[in-house]
Write a new protein. Structure first.
Length: 163
């Protein structure tokens, strides 16, 4: 039975009154996993497998550092899940239209030319020329041909080349 004090049960207690274990490890929240199909290039799949191997080795050698173990375990769970649901997509033989794995060059309405390869979410690095297939720009470009234009955010993009 609960004893009520000022409308609160006796089970409601401030964290200030709870003794914390000095060695307690803060919960490490799992990394969110996208609900989009996990399409990957051959290079993307190799990178995922390398990350799983690296993290497995790191976990085996981390020792008793519980915080490091928690962090590494969290990352290993993420990459293992990504490996288990990866859908390898071969580079298309025909890039007459923008497809996953194709490289597309666009001319922006502000005169800037940009070239991107459409890749999986985990391998995307726009600053290095790779763009996630689920990004707004990639979504707008998929299925388009050279000469087609798309509007994303505040810019108009015209496809000048697909390889």
């Amino acid at each position: 039975m609960f004893t009520l004090v000022r409308g609160l049960s006796s089970r409601a207690m401030s964290r200030a009154f709870v003794k914390e274990d000095d060695d307690a490890v803060e919960d490490v929240t799992d990394r969110p996993i996208s609900t989009a199909p996990n399409l990957v290039t051959a290079e993307g799949l190799a990178a995922i497998e390398a990350e799983v191997a690296r993290l497995s080795a790191e976990l085996a050698s981390v020792g008793d550092d519980r915080a490091a173990r928690a962090r590494i375990s969290r990352d290993l769970r993420y990459w293992s899940a990504r490996r288990s649901n990866a859908q390898l997509v071969a580079k298309p033989a025909d890039c007459s239209v923008v497809r996953f794995g194709c490289t597309v060059t666009v001319e922006r309405d502000d005169g800037i030319s940009q070239t991107y390869r459409i890749v999986g979410e985990d391998e995307a690095e726009p600053e290095n020329g790779t763009l996630s297939h689920v990004s707004p720009l990639a979504q707008a470009l998929l299925g388009k041909e050279p000469g087609d234009s798309v509007r994303v955010a505040a810019h108009e993009f015209e496809i000048s080349k697909i390889a």
